[in-house]
Design a protein around this ligand. Sequence first.
Ligand SMILES: Nc1ncnc2c1ncn2[C@@H]1O[C@H](COP(=O)(O)OP(=O)(O)O)[C@@H](O)[C@H]1O
Ligand SMILES: [Mg+2]
Length: 262
Amino acid sequence: MNLLQLKNIEVVFERNTNNETPVFANFNLNIKRGQFISLVGSNGSGKTTLLNLIAGKIVPSRGSVLFAGKDITGLKEHERSRFMGRVFQDPALGTSPSMTILENMALAGAKGHSFGLQRGIRKNKLDFYQTRLEQLGLGLEDKFHAPVGSLSSGQRQALALLICTLTPIELLILDEHTAALDPKTSETIMELTDEIIKKQGVTALMVTHNLRYAVKYGNRLLMLDKGKIIIDAQGGKKNRLRVQDLVQVFGKLTPGLSYPAG
Ligand SMILES: Nc1ncnc2c1ncn2[C@@H]1O[C@H](COP(=O)(O)OP(=O)(O)O)[C@@H](O)[C@H]1O
Ligand SMILES: [Mg+2]
């Protein structure tokens, strides 16, 4: 069953100006429940725009977005956050630096309503947060009352992931969420991501510039070029894909430029 459907989507930036940029014209994409999609594509191919369309940050000039069969084209970003979560490239974006880990988690548990903090945090909630932190295996449970701003980028990104999936969401959007991390931390966060997605059975869409990750993780791979899907590999086809295959396709798209294989 389709969890998300993009139908006949059109997006044009700065229409009727000298900078008019058509990104999508008659774009269609169906995402089934349980799919973990890695999305690759050159700069400017439309990846972030696609995520913004899904998250409700931008509204298409034509076409519709359906979630579990329901038209959500007009639904605001904060309304969509009830059933979808997003982790950004910048580790500073997912959490609030001056608040403690506990406060960040409590706020997320209440989906941004401040009463989550005012009412005080019950013991069973505390235990729940503590357990979830322990499961990360990063020692964050010992920093319960430390301001999030004092954590490393990797720890912050792990926390952002955890917070994003604290309430039951149906779609997880990952926007190059390991790109700002050093290679080793990046691996850790990627493993953690895979674990959370599998454990929670959440559907996921991950933009990555790391072709090795794109090939290794997930059960479907999409390549976007100039607003069009030029590779859609699932099942056995996805399993047989190699980094080299993707590098070759990229090579044909932008002759003379080498794509970082990661
Ligand atoms: N807010 C915007 N205003 C004008 N042009 C934009 C805006 N956002 C993106 N674009 C343009 O749309 C195209 C697709 O951008 P984007 O979705 O960010 O690509 P990607 O994430 O794949 O690098 C690019 O040409 C970009 O310059
Ligand atoms: Mg982008």
